[in-house]
Design a protein around this ligand. Sequence first.
Ligand code: AR6
Length: 191
Amino acid sequence: MFLCAEAAEEENVNTRIRLELVRGDVTGQETEAIVNAANPSLLGGGGVDGAIHRAAGPGLLAECRELPQVSPGVRCPTGEARLTGGHGLKAEWVIHTVGPIYRGGERGEPELLAAAYRHSLALAEEKGISSLSFPSISTGAYRFPIGEAARIALSEVLAFLPAARRVELVRFVLFSSTDLAVYREALAELR
Ligand code: AR6
């Protein structure tokens, strides 16, 4: 019933919990939450972030501005996650996470990307959110190589799901068929 994009692949971790890979636009997903690939200011940007803010309307930016700054201009440090309402989106919630900017891979980027996924999933669990949709964090403007990013993303979700109490569906929404193919291949390798 959740399959709304043209290509989907499912992994049933057990009978209740599902992992889906689909091609599409994350902004229109009807999961309870969608995840935003944000920057530390949480005040919007390009890519998914810009699309989510456009679709959600100005209330989202207003709510982001109200979130506390942990240091000047930083509302969400890299690898962490914050929650807001969905405003004009179909999703009730937006989980904003900040992936690392890729600078060669020796500056903690893999660990920070894993942390971004882990913190997003933990936040969903803590808030009792049962379904969420991720874009491919850090693989656009932040230039993280998508093959490695896909392995990290899927490993984190597969490690998280068996012990999840509230989260029942995790969907990756990939913008292009090429990105979807990379995620499918990574999932096949991890199985
Ligand atoms: N739905 C799903 N995926 C999308 C969409 C969409 N509507 N739009 C783009 N993508 P990016 P990052 C894909 O750059 O690398 C922003 O300016 C895109 O093709 O959105 O984490 C923020 O404010 C790519 O594969 O996020 C930050 O400054 C993936 O989403 C910075 O970009 C991520 O691309 C974050 O960079």
